[in-house]
Design a protein around this ligand. Sequence first.
Ligand SMILES: NC(=O)c1ccc[n+]([C@@H]2O[C@H](COP(=O)([O-])OP(=O)(O)OC[C@H]3O[C@@H](n4cnc5c(N)ncnc54)[C@H](OP(=O)(O)O)[C@@H]3O)[C@@H](O)[C@H]2O)c1
Length: 156
Amino acid sequence: MLTMIYACDENGAIGKDGDLPWRQSSDLKHFKLKTLNKTIVMGRKTWDSLGRPLPNRRNVVMTRQEPLQGVECMSYEEVMALSEEEEVVIIGGGEIYALFLEETKEIHRTIVHTMVEDADTYAPDIEDSGFYLIAERRAPAGEKDEHEMTFQHLIR
Ligand SMILES: NC(=O)c1ccc[n+]([C@@H]2O[C@H](COP(=O)([O-])OP(=O)(O)OC[C@H]3O[C@@H](n4cnc5c(N)ncnc54)[C@H](OP(=O)(O)O)[C@@H]3O)[C@@H](O)[C@H]2O)c1
């Protein structure tokens, strides 16, 4: 099964200048909980922004260039085939979310309650794609968070 996880602002922005546009420690904890011990798939630009594999997860990177050194790379077809056998979590960024949206069954979306100026990367538009909310929890900004956030779980 394919699932997806992302954090976006109130306009759907997810990135700016190759990085996350906020510091949200609580969301990183949530991300860890949802991805631990699973296969995570990311685009090469997100891989570059992380700078290292995320521990205790099978890290998979997508690139159209030569396979990268030191990390497993897969094609679209290989990711889809793996998702027939196990849960595969798409972790971004914008290009890779758009690529897999049609095949995605479940989304963990965090709305970060801010509006980022000059954002350059956006989450896919999931309006009219059949997803509906099955759980939602608003959380205040903790000590290491810049903004309040709402954790949502959507399926179709
Ligand atoms: N808020 C969040 O939840 C979240 C999560 C993740 C990332 N982000 C942010 O999103 C931004 C990065 O997103 P992005 O859209 O610029 O880049 P991206 O999706 O991370 O990576 C794009 C790259 O993926 C590869 N790619 C794309 N389609 C492919 C295909 N069909 N087959 C094989 N490889 C393919 C290409 O790599 P090559 O150029 O090597 O060919 C492409 O340049 C950053 O700002 C990051 O911080 C935010």
